[in-house]
Design a protein around this ligand. Structure first.
Ligand SMILES: Cc1cc2nc3c(=O)[nH]c(=O)nc-3n(C[C@H](O)[C@H](O)[C@H](O)COP(=O)(O)OP(=O)(O)OC[C@H]3O[C@@H](n4cnc5c(N)ncnc54)[C@H](O)[C@@H]3O)c2cc1C
Length: 552
């Protein structure tokens, strides 16, 4: 395979030459620098690379180009090379327009022209883009292949798992030629889907996510029996704790049952996280955090669910759902929250087959030309509406309250107002979902007049709040009536420490009712439900772990 490409497109010949020259100087040894002078020419070049089985690492497009602007070009180019990182070249005067547009499509950076000196203004950005590309890899020629049925829940689970863990895969419908051929080669019938075929040709019919994780090279077993710190949950709080724990020399293990990144990993664009003025997609933030965790040698266990916690003298021991135990001096519980289920007739049977919880980014392209419905009035629903408006014919937000104003940020409401194919219906509720094998219609009740309407619907995304799901903790640590974990000052009742507390001090701020066990992020009672606060609490928990260990 030849060198991967860095493609640059600008209709101004002198700018185009200058950027290609600068790129060649620094990256020419390991990358092919391809220069185009219009979006059409660049798309042609990309198609040719695709046909030859080549790879594209980074695409840089000028914002202001005749016929097709840089944003439109990058959107089209993403269809050909979805893993390539993308940057927009803009003049100072266009910065605002570019930032607005960047928020609507998934562009990684914008670069101001001119970029002199390139060592300061161009290369650091391209280096970061290349790092990100290398981390997710463009392993198109050695992808995992998944054969399945479009509307089957187990097939969806495998696709969603791979996508959320940023493992590249190729999806092959079981009723199309290539899918049928793979089933035949594996010696199984269509009833055995999902069939997962690994890069080295191993075929697995109806595998568990752990089997798929192992095949994809994700670690599923701990390397040691005892750690300084074990973190349960791999969302922003867990990732924050893992980075700070490992970087400060603690033998650190992070256990994640589903996909590293947590809720934030599912967000199509996080706008308010400090340091990312143009916003950052949840999957990008997760990729960066994962690399950082790896850099400091924290261990990550995937697809392992923790179902028990006990104190054995000074050891804190965790049990896994599938058997096995692991212990540590200290534990950080960072299990976040999970979506609250939608209680309406027919919904359970159609979950994964048209009804989805969260934004299910995997389904974006499948929604093309369809009418999509989203239940919920908070920011997560608004972000999903923005995301799906790029693919769907129409997107309808179904809101129980009188308006969005009470529950959604102003900037999101403004942005939704500007998008033609987004509608909002207030004071309504979905009362049933219908379909044979996959979602075909929903019935909505209008609470203004009690009228029920049934309408065609192929995709329904549910964002109706979340709950902590901490029942597995039992009495191990004190929780509130909804299951959120009490910490620090919340544990003191009229100055009295929690039952069984055996230290000569009050619990530290993030410490639970058992010394050495801490909680961080959304799962903590009275926490702020934000990415920044979850990351911050993860970091702070590590400082408190040090304090706890010093006194041991
Ligand atoms: C669609 C969406 C968009 C959002 N957008 C924004 C935004 O723009 N800005 C913002 O600030 N916030 C946003 N939020 C909120 C933000 O994502 C959360 O506040 C944040 O992710 C909380 O982090 P956390 O680590 O506490 O929990 P989570 O992100 O919930 O992560 C918890 C992790 O623990 C794992 N886990 C749970 N139980 C177990 C167990 N027993 N064993 C092993 N692993 C377990 C879960 O699988 C999960 O990965 C958004 C949320 C959603 C859903």
């Amino acid at each position: 395979m030849g060198h991967p490409a860095i493609l640059t497109v600008d209709d101004d010949a002198s700018v185009s030459r200058a950027i290609a020259r600068d790129l060649r100087r620094r990256y020419g040894e390991n990358y092919r620098i391809i220069r185009a002078s219009s979006a059409a020419e660049a798309l042609e070049a990309l198609k040719e690379i695709k046909l030859r089985g080549g790879r594209v690492a980074v695409m840089l497009a000028d914002y202001r180009m005749p016929q097709m602007n840089g944003i439109e070009f990058l959107e089209r180019a993403m269809d050909l090379f979805p893993n390539a990182r993308r940057a927009l070249l803009t003049a100072y005067a266009d910065t605002d327009a570019a930032i607005q547009a960047i928020n609507l499509v998934d562009v990684d950076h914008y670069l101001l022209k001119p970029w002199d000196p390139p060592e300061e203004k161009l290369y650091p950005i391209i280096d970061a883009l290349l790092d990100a590309w290398q981390a997710t890899g463009d392993r198109e020629l050695e992808d995992i292949r998944v054969v399945g049925h479009r509307w089957s829940e187990p097939s969806y689970q495998i696709r969603d798992f791979l996508a959320r863990n940023l493992v590249p895969y190729r999806w092959l419908p079981a009723d199309e030629a290539e899918g049928r051929q793979l089933l035949e080669a594996a010696g199984v019938g269509p009833e055995s889907v999902p069939l997962v075929v690994t890069a080295d040709g191993r075929a697995m019919a109806q595998p568990t996510t752990s089997e798929v994780a192992e095949a994809a090279g994700l670690s599923i077993a701990p390397n040691r029996d005892f750690y300084d710190l074990i973190i349960v949950g791999g969302g922003p709080a867990g990732l924050g704790a893992a980075v700070y724990g490992a970087s400060e020399g603690l033998k650190t293990l992070m256990v994640e049952r589903q996909a590293v990144g947590g809720q934030a990993g599912q967000s199509s664009r996080i706008e308010n996280y400090l340091g990312f003025p143009d916003g950052i997609s949840g999957s990008d933030l997760t990729t960066r955090a994962r690399r950082q965790v790896g850099k400091f040698d924290a261990e990550v266990l995937n697809t392992r669910e923790v179902t028990g916690l006990r104190a054995d003298g000074s050891a804190r021991t965790l049990t896994f759902a599938d058997g096995g135990e692991v212990s540590a001096h200290s534990v950080v519980l960072a299990t976040g929250v999970s979506y609250r289920p939608l209680r309406a007739n027919g919904v359970e049977a159609l979950t994964g087959a048209g009804v989805y919880y969260g934004s299910a980014a995997t389904e974006g392209p499948a929604c093309a030309g369809n009418d999509v419905f989203i239940i919920g009035g908070a920011n997560s629903a608004g972000q999903a509406a923005l995301f799906f408006s790029r693919y769907a014919r129409t997107v309808t937000l179904l809101v129980r309250g009188d308006s969005l104003e009470a529950s959604m940020s102003y900037y999101l409401i403004q942005r939704l107002n500007e998008i033609e194919n987004v509608r909002v219906r207030t004071r309504c509720e979905v009362i049933s979902a219908h379909g044979d094998g996959h979602l075909q219609a929903i019935t909505i009740c209008d609470s203004k007049n009690g009228m029920e309407t049934t309408m065609e619907c192929g995709f329904l995304f549910v964002f109706i709040g979340a709950e902590p799901r901490t029942d597995w903790l039992g009495d191990a640590v004190a929780r509130d009536e909804r299951g959120f974990i009490y910490t620090g000052p919340d544990l003191l009742r009229n100055g009295t420490r929690p039952k069984g507390w055996d230290r000569d001090r009050d619990p530290f701020y993030l410490e639970c009712s058992v010394p050495g066990i801490f909680a961080a992020g959304d799962v903590r009672a009275n926490s702020v439900k934000r990415v920044a606060s979850a990351v911050g609490e993860g970091a702070m928990a590590v400082t408190l772990v040090h304090r706890y260990l010093e006194a041991q």
